[in-house]
Design a protein around this ligand. Structure first.
Ligand SMILES: Cc1cc2nc3c(=O)[nH]c(=O)nc-3n(C[C@H](O)[C@H](O)[C@H](O)COP(=O)(O)OP(=O)(O)OC[C@H]3O[C@@H](n4cnc5c(N)ncnc54)[C@H](O)[C@@H]3O)c2cc1C
Length: 483
């Protein structure tokens, strides 16, 4: 602290800025970059400068309201079981704006043989469910008796080995579609679902690990202890949560809290080094000197920006992290029940073996009743992903036709939508394929040679919004330590 009560770092920061050297430049103003900037301020008193290429901050987080319907471009919500996101929300004064998913949205469906089947929520319901054949269900019960597997394998290989091929193709492939729009036969288990890998490594079985956790919870309750970090108010699974005005409310308030220190329409082309400062090269020709730089853009973009600074293997590692394309088609109907199916519950996912052309549909008005006018049915259908990225080459009209055909086949009836809105992401969700951990190591090692340089964002350590926020907090703490 200085004599005036202002943290010493803040004083140094303003002196540095006057001398033309920024304390911290954050490249990329998605949730990763904005949260990192927030925590850099909060944890270390550093005033960051965020440079965002687009004309608005937020990245994938974007909400449009059309005719009273909430159209989310990216995340529909986040699970309320990660303390860092709830802490961030609280620090921004947004706790009162949180909206939890309706209890009825616990009902989820998976398409099996062309029909929506309810996902069983308890072991007895699973035993009598039609989601798997009797043989498939019996095979799941043999999970505790399967041997441990290798250090790294694909999600599909892990699931087929532990719970059988049918459950892997139906249940696990649907889960991978829901989170990554990805191909379960290519994604790395330890990089995408590290907890499952840990459960096997520690307990030798997923079932045994879950039983051990239940036992521990019971013991904690009996002893009056707090649940472990990661278990939120809604239990370990958490509840899907959004904001009254949609997800963009979070990034809008976050960007506003950083005041004039977020510059939009400001693409960065390169980061280099000049003496003991970084030089951030903006496309307009401006060069900004900085003591620290955090690059929070998609890995392929980061590769281009850092080409002159990092070793070639690290740049190659960044380039080797692929991403899938995803289209979101919003359709609304001015009826509470436009299809034969009730469209109550969270929605449905389509496993790859069904060979359909959509990835799944969220029943938005059932999940968040405030996201559509009363009596309106609002659906959000996703297409593309690892399975069919080429669908994004279709014209809007053809994409919508395709969605209508698929919804008619799965939900029954072909009502005419009163609202249609098509959203496209050419770089939607990064894919952590086999070898991702080695790529991360190469990137971290190369970046670690420059004190004050960080490479972050959803391309590296988690694609969920919660993971982006947790990683941003961790990264900000690490940057603060390089004062
Ligand atoms: C369709 C879809 C649905 C999703 N659903 C969910 C969900 O329900 N729940 C959930 O938790 N997660 C979900 N996600 C994932 C989550 O939204 C993202 O992982 C997260 O928002 C990514 O944040 P980010 O800041 O890392 O990246 P981005 O949001 O991609 O931000 C990167 C930013 O960098 C900027 N940029 C790029 N190049 C440059 C440059 N040269 N100079 C300066 N800036 C640059 C971009 O314009 C962008 O603003 C979804 C994603 C998609 C696409």
């Amino acid at each position: 602290m200085t004599g005036s009560g202002v943290p010493e770092d803040n004083v140094r920061d303003s002196r540095e800025r006057k001398a033309g050297v920024e304390e911290l430049v954050v490249v990329g103003g998605g949730i990763s970059g904005l949260a990192l900037a927030h925590y850099a301020r909060r944890l270390a008193g550093i005033e960051p400068l965020v440079l965002e290429a687009d004309t608005r901050p937020g990245g994938k987080v974007q909400t449009e309201w059309i005719d009273g319907c909430c159209c989310e471009w990216g995340p529909q919500g986040f699970l309320d079981n990660v303390p860092e996101t709830l802490e961030l929300v609280d620090q921004l004064g947004l706790t009162g704006e949180l909206v939890r998913a309706d209890a009825a949205s616990a009902d989820r469906f998976i398409v099996r043989d062309g029909e929506l089947r309810r996902v069983p929520l308890s072991p007895p319901a699973f035993l009598t469910s039609s989601i798997l054949t009797l043989g498939g269900r019996m095979r799941v019960l043999l999970e505790p008796f399967q041997p441990r597997g290798p250090e790294e394998e694909t999600v599909f290989a892990f699931a087929a080995r532990r719970i059988g091929r049918e459950a892997a193709e139906v249940l696990v492939d649907a889960m991978v579609t829901g989170v990554y729009a990805g191909d379960s036969t290519r994604l790395s288990l330890p990089s995408t679902f590290p907890r499952m890998r840990e459960m096997e490594a520690t307990h030798g079985s997923l079932v045994k690990a879950m039983l051990a956790k239940l036992k521990e919870r019971r013991r904690q309750r009996a002893a009056g202890e707090a649940p472990p970090s990661g278990a939120g108010p809604a239990g370990p699974g958490g509840t899907l949560t959004t904001f009254r005005l949609g997800m963009q409310q979070l990034t809008d308030v976050l960007a506003a809290s950083l005041a004039a220190r977020v510059r939009v329409g400001c693409p960065v082309d390169a980061v280099g080094r000049d003496g003991d400062a970084f030089v951030v090269q903006v496309r307009s020709g401006e060069a900004i000197r900085a003591r620290r730089v955090a690059v929070a853009v998609p890995p392929a973009v980061a590769a281009g920006i850092l080409e002159g600074l990092l070793d070639p293997p690290a740049v190659e590692a960044l380039r080797a992290i692929p991403a899938v394309r995803v289209a979101v088609v919003m359709t609304a109907y001015r009826e509470p029940r436009p299809f034969a199916h009730s469209c109550r519950g969270f929605g449905f996912l389509v496993p790859g073996r069904e060979r359909r052309r959509i990835l799944g549909t969220i029943f938005c008005d059932a999940t968040f009743p405030g996201q559509a006018p009363k009596g309106t049915t609002l659906l959000r259908t996703l297409l593309g992903g690892a399975r069919a990225g080429e669908l994004l080459d279709l014209a809007d009209r053809d994409l919508v036709e395709l969605v209508r055909r698929e919804l008619a086949g799965l939900l029954g009836g072909d009502p005419v939508p009163s609202l249609i809105h098509v959203i496209r992401h050419d770089y939607a969700i990064p894919q952590y394929t086999l070898g991702h951990r080695e790529r991360l190591r190469a990137i971290d090692e190369a970046a670690g040679r420059f004190a004050g340089l960080l490479v972050t964002g959803n391309g590296l350590r988690g694609v969920a919004l919660n993971a982006c926020v947790s990683e941003a907090r961790r990264a900000a703490a690490a940057l603060a330590a390089t004062a």
